[in-house]
Design a protein around this ligand. Structure first.
Ligand code: CP
Length: 308
């Protein structure tokens, strides 16, 4: 890995194809540990990880904690509510104080784009970005890629439609970088208000979902990120579902062996119908399982495993 990415995982954009492949290959070995009767290895014994979640999370925080336990790292989790952030302490002061307790890695989720990069520049600890505003969510894109390799055997050449609130989605950004670097053909689909032009050099943009998913190998649905919307981007959730919601009838336009991804949390009946979320095409819970393996691989590589 490069000097920069050996020290931190801040996003997919700075990673090379070789670095992404190394993480995905390492995660295959980590996934095998998860299927053992005793899910515990001493690999990170004596290492300490702080999970600093300044924004809500179920999957990412729980799977980092699970990954740390399986690898025998010591870890603690801090959330905004209940920490001194609620008394007005800044992110930098919070992290400087946590660093004074000498952790090896700080996993950080924050509502501001660039928060992880800022901490990487100003702190001594290794930083893992667990989602920073609408910027990047690198471990999500890595677990999505792992899930696609598991289901399809490859990423290169896959036709992937990413549908939903692309504008506010860090998951979309990280996936656009990862999938295009790895040779997939990406189409982005959203109402015009939620479809930024900035990715037009990397992906095809299409406002019409029926066209976007036609012949797709993969449909990745995105949640409407209401918490990041500063004005009205859609009329109503009901109308959004009628125009952009993924139903089984719509999914028939994709390939017969199409798979459906969603990073969660899902809004059933808005961007995705339950009949799709719970269908055989859905890999949504496989994504969650694979998230643990990918986060084990990231922590292992950042803490020296890749150099042994
Ligand atoms: N996919 C994802 O980031 O989910 P959480 O917000 O629950 O962590």
């Amino acid at each position: 890995m490069t000097e920069w990415t050996k020290r931190h995982l801040l996003g997919i954009e700075p990673l090379s194809v070789d670095e992404i492949t190394l993480i995905l290959d390492t995660a295959v070995q980590m996934r095998e540990i998860m299927d053992r009767p005793i899910k515990k290895v001493p690999t990170l014994r004596g290492r300490t990880v702080v999970n600093l979640f300044m924004e809500a999370s179920t999957r990412t925080r729980a799977s980092f904690e699970m990954a740390e336990r399986i690898l025998s790292a010591d870890s603690l989790s801090i959330q905004a509510a209940g920490s001194s952030v609620s008394k007005g302490e800044s992110l930098l002061d919070t992290v400087k104080n946590l660093e004074a307790m000498t952790p090896d890695v700080i996993v950080v989720r924050h509502s501001s784009a660039g928060a992880a990069n800022f901490l990487a520049r100003t702190c001594q600890s290794r930083i893992v970005n667990a989602g920073d505003g609408a910027h990047e969510h690198p471990t999500q894109a890595l677990l999505d890629a792992f899930t696609l390799r598991q289901a399809k055997g490859r990423i290169a050449g896959l036709k992937v439609a990413i549908v939903g609130d692309v504008l506010h989605s860090r998951v979309a950004r990280s996936n656009i970088h990862l999938l295009t670097k790895m040779g997939a053909e990406v189409t982005l689909c959203a109402p015009p208000t939620l479809l930024p032009q900035q990715f037009s050099s990397l992906a095809t943009l299409n406002w019409r979902i029926d066209e976007a998913i036609e012949g797709a190998d993969v449909v990745m649905m995105l949640r409407l990120q209401q918490e990041r919307m500063t004005s009205a981007f859609i009329s109503t959730a009901r109308e959004y579902h009628a125009q952009y919601g993924l139903t089984l009838a719509r999914l028939k336009k994709a390939k017969n062996d199409v798979v459906v991804l969603h990073p969660g949390p899902m809004n059933r009946g808005v961007e995705i119908a339950s009949e799709v979320a719970d269908s055989k095409a859905s890999l949504i819970l496989d994504q969650v399982t694979n998230g643990v393996a990918v986060r084990m691989a990231v922590l292992y590589l950042l803490l020296g495993g890749g150099r042994e």
